[in-house]
Design a protein around this ligand. Structure first.
Ligand SMILES: [Zn+2]
Length: 462
């Protein structure tokens, strides 16, 4: 018997002796407070996460895992919180280049005098590339590992996202007027079909179909969008009941709410994400529940544009998947999910007059496994469990605003900041280590963004 065969048999025997137990890990994150966000909400003090390839192989006590996975590259996490990577359930990534361009204005004036002209004069593939690089840099630095996006030149966004090592559910905007890259919604639908073909086997990019909203699309476009999503089994992303004004438009035009109208067209179904859901009726929420639609809640954008407060507590009560998002940076003005968590918790309390509304643990859930559920990715991401993709972040808890620590969920929502994220691993790849992003050249990204900022400012002068 050859030695190779003997070794092979020995490995087989070992595998039988410990069924299911992995014997090798590439990375061992060990010694931190591991917040799993699994079904039992297990929190391990002095815990560890073992990673092999793209996936988590085991989560458990640090001492045990250190003994079992000798030889793995160790990332020490003592004094750190280890959290599932955050899921930003709604964004328009390249809009970071419009950050702070026009604030404190009424929604229609803001859109018509600033955002639409700035987009018409500036949005190009180069603009989108520079903007998405800046957005990915900001998201990685502040703990987001997956984001859901809707913009133009989405193929460029997908390319940058995959290069940056981030996970994205990405969709090209389909809307009933000319955009920087599509003269008609039909062209945008064709673009989407090619986009899906190109990205459907990606490990990081989940292509989606993204009709902008009910009030900005025709019945034909919306039906075609649904058919395309069904054909490829991909998510459908749409703005839903963001403002009272759009709901009034829907009632005048169709005598129905946006949700009722989309339901009548057969657009709603599982793996559908409605962005905002601020002005939903009880009947709307029942429809969303029945159809398995998820909602992305964007408290900062809703507050800044005075859109209102979404009925988040009721959505959660109904068992609807609710994720948390930042929306585009033009209406926020950043992509920091720690701020989004803080605002979500406080807005729910402020709006309801109930300080017990939306407790911290529920908000952390929305930013992790809740967002994963809303995007239809709960079997792959959103919690730290064996078998799932290795998407996780490490937070420094030694800074003045984080001391002392009584409750880890309270800390994550109310005390910690995006800048406390020190290390990030996405799909088993270390994308940031001890504050240094490894997948993007920060200096160059910032320089290009500054240059585009100057061009945007000049374009608005005329
Ligand atoms: Zn939006």
């Amino acid at each position: 018997m050859s030695t190779v065969l003997l070794q092979f048999l020995l490995v087989l025997l070992q595998a039988q002796a410990a069924p299911g137990a992995a014997t090798r890990a590439d990375i061992l994150v060990s010694g931190g407070t591991v917040v799993t966000m699994d079904a039992n909400r297990r929190v391990l003090n002095d815990g560890a996460v073992a990673i092999r390839g793209e996936r988590i192989v085991e989560v458990g006590p640090a001492a045990e895992l250190r003994a079992r996975y000798r030889g793995a590259r160790e990332i020490p996490a003592a004094g750190r919180i280890v959290l599932p990577g955050l899921v930003n359930a709604h964004s328009h990534a390249p809009m970071v280049l419009f950050r702070g361009m026009a604030d404190d204005r009424a929604l229609m004036e803001w859109l018509e005098k600033y955002i639409f002209p700035a987009e018409a004069r500036n949005v190009s593939p180069e603009f989108v590339r520079a903007g998405t690089e800046l957005a990915c840099l900001e998201m990685i630095r502040t703990g987001t590992t997956t984001y859901c996006d809707m913009y133009y030149f989405e193929d460029v966004i997908a390319d940058v996202t995959a290069r940056a090592g981030m996970r994205g559910v990405l969709g090209e905007t389909i809307i009933g007027f000319p955009t920087p890259d599509s003269k008609t919604p039909e062209v945008a639908l064709e673009y989407t079909a090619k986009f899906i073909e190109r990205w459907k086997n990606s490990r990081l990019v989940v292509p989606a179909v993204a009709p902008h909203a009910a009030f900005t699309n025709s019945a034909e476009s919306l039906r075609a969008a649904r058919a395309l999503a069904d054909k490829h089994g991909v998510p459908l992303v749409i703005h839903l009941s963001e403002t009272r004004d759009e709901e009034n438009q829907m009632r005048q035009k169709y005598g129905m709410t946006a949700t009722e109208w989309l339901e009548s067209l057969g657009v709603l179904g599982p793996r559908t994400v409605g962005n905002h859901g601020v002005h939903l009726s009880e009947r709307d929420m029942q429809i969303l529940k029945r159809r398995g639609v998820g909602i992305s809640h964007n408290p900062e954008s809703n507050m800044k544009l005075a859109s209102g407060a979404a009925p988040v507590a009721r959505l959660v009560e109904l068992g609807i998947a609710v994720g948390l998002g930042t929306d585009g940076a033009a209406s926020n003005n950043d992509l920091d999910m720690f701020e989004a968590m803080d605002f979500a918790a406080k807005l729910a309390k402020h709006a309801s007059g109930n300080p017990a509304a939306l407790p911290a643990e529920q908000v952390v859930q929305m930013a992790t496994i809740g967002g994963a559920r809303a995007l239809g990715l709960e079997h792959e991401i959103g919690s730290l469990e064996a078998g799932k993709r290795a998407d996780l972040i490490l937070l420094d808890t030694g800074r003045p605003h984080a001391v002392p620590l009584y409750n880890v969920y309270s800390h994550v929502v109310y005390a910690l900041k995006g800048s406390d994220v020190v290390t990030s691993i996405i799909n088993g790849r270390v994308v940031m280590l001890d504050g240094r992003v490894l997948t993007l050249a920060q200096g160059e990204v910032l320089k290009r963004a500054q240059e585009f900022g100057r061009r945007v400012a000049a374009s608005l002068k005329n």
